[in-house]
Design a protein around this ligand. Structure first.
Ligand SMILES: Nc1ncnc2c1ncn2[C@@H]1O[C@H](COP(=O)(O)OP(=O)(O)OP(=O)(O)O)[C@@H](O)[C@H]1O
Length: 385
């Protein structure tokens, strides 16, 4: 069956650099035409390696990659019709902006190269598309970082690629510019409908931009799902602890109760044994201890956040963060009663010991199954002694 031009199907892709741990380990990923998918994960989890394999800049030791239904084995990068933008993908310094954008068209073999007038027209359209029509005659060094990345995107789009691969394209820019470009990129994607794979380790960026996020860890896709699904139903403690602001607390489950150091036991539906409870700051309750009840924590820091108050707490030797209504009227050093209001995510501690600590292959990014979910943030830190 013929597939739409922008579809991607990665099956069982493994890539090893030397005898050590695989940079990619049996990765499956299916992306529909026109989708915007982020690869999100900690440093070294294999995001760039996967992107480079899609691009044809790196090869897989095992597994297959098909783009638009065609097996890419042996198809060189230049024949894949893919546009790239990398964080450090400098523009050609000796070429003006317009010539940078025209580059991909001018280097085509003569029989495929559009006439010069058509290239000029196309460059003007692309610079209008990235909202920089007035910069055609500038040199790259006369542009801001954000403008350079937009020119790099125009250059990537010049050859009308069926697939756009972006590797931390805004990584070097300051937070404000980054946010603006992020919104702009999503609007551009919605207009053009090009299948886009975006590498980032910024979870906010991934959450805001993507139709789905593939969360990677140690060379595997642990879970791939829409952002809201990842937050609501994380596949494991890693995903739960990686998305959104979260604290991962070791606990012991017995008789349907999770024992977390410093807290009352909490009912959970998890098999007995060691487990990880993932808590978010708003899931903790903080009060002055009612008469007759002992305090179990101390307020170490307070920070107002408009309607909410952010409290740094010490509970049972752990440093935790709670978010409570501003009306709390607490003071630093105060002894308080800290409770777990809801405990939505508890995971048996299975994966930690499996295959030398590597996560099991995740549900991958298959389109033929219901997407499952995931979450993240600061893990619960042990308080300084
Ligand atoms: N050319 C190479 N030679 C040897 N090891 C490599 C090579 N490229 C990648 N690796 C290793 O493969 C693993 C995955 O690297 P990769 O760059 O794909 O991770 P990443 O998730 O993109 O990380 P980052 O967020 O830091 O860019 C890392 O352990 C890395 O050191």
């Amino acid at each position: 069956m013929a597939e739409a031009p922008g579809s991607i199907l990665v099956a069982g892709v493994t890539r090893r650099f030397g005898p050590g741990v695989a940079a990619l380990d049996r990765v499956d990923l299916a992306i529909a035409p026109g989708e915007f998918v982020a690869l999100l994960g900690p440093s070294g989890s294999g995001k760039t390696t996967l992107l480079r394999i899609l691009a044809g800049l790196e090869f897989a030791d095992a597994g297959t990659v098909a783009i638009g239904g065609r097996d890419m084995a042996g198809v060189p990068a230049r024949e894949r019709n893919i546009g790239f933008v990398f964080q450090s993908y400098a523009l050609f310094r000796h070429m003006r902006v317009a010539d940078n954008v025209a580059f991909g068209l001018r280097v085509r073999p003569r029989r495929l190269r559009p006439p010069a007038a058509e290239i000029r027209e196309r460059v003007a359209q692309l610079l209008a598309l990235v909202q920089l029509p007035e910069l055609a005659d500038r040199w790259p060094e006369q542009l801001s970082g954000g403008q350079r990345q937009r020119v790099a995107l125009a250059r990537a789009l010049a050859t009308e690629p069926r697939l756009l691969l972006l590797d931390e394209p805004f990584g070097a820019l300051d937070a404000r510019v980054r946010k603006d470009l992020r919104h702009w990129l999503r609007r551009l994607h919605d207009r053009l409908g090009i299948t886009t794979v975006f590498v980032t380790h910024d979870q906010d960026e991934a959450m805001e931009l993507s139709d789905r996020i593939a969360v990677m860890r140690a060379g595997r896709i642990v879970q791939c799902a829409p952002p809201a699904e990842l937050l609501a139903r994380p596949a494991d403690a890693f995903v739960a602890g990686f998305l959104g602001e979260a604290m991962s607390l070791p606990c012991q489950v017995q008789d349907g109760l999770a024992a977390i150091e410093g807290f009352e036991p909490v009912p959970v539906a998890v098999p007995p044994g060691p487990a990880i409870a993932v808590l978010r700051p708003h899931e903790l309750g903080v009060q002055r201890p009612p008469p007759g009840e002992a305090a179990n924590g101390t307020i170490r820091t307070l920070r107002s956040q408009g309607a909410a108050l952010r409290l740094g707490l010490e509970v049972g030797g752990l440093a935790l963060e709670a978010e409570v209504p501003e009306s709390g009227d607490f003071i630093r050093g105060e002894a308080v009663r800290v409770t777990i209001r809801t405990l939505r995510h508890v995971f048996p501690q299975l994966e930690a010991g499996s295959e030398a600590g590597r996560p099991p292959p995740g549900p991958g990014c298959r389109l033929d199954r219901d997407p499952v979910a995931g979450t993240c943030g600061a893990a619960g830190q042990r308080a300084p002694a």
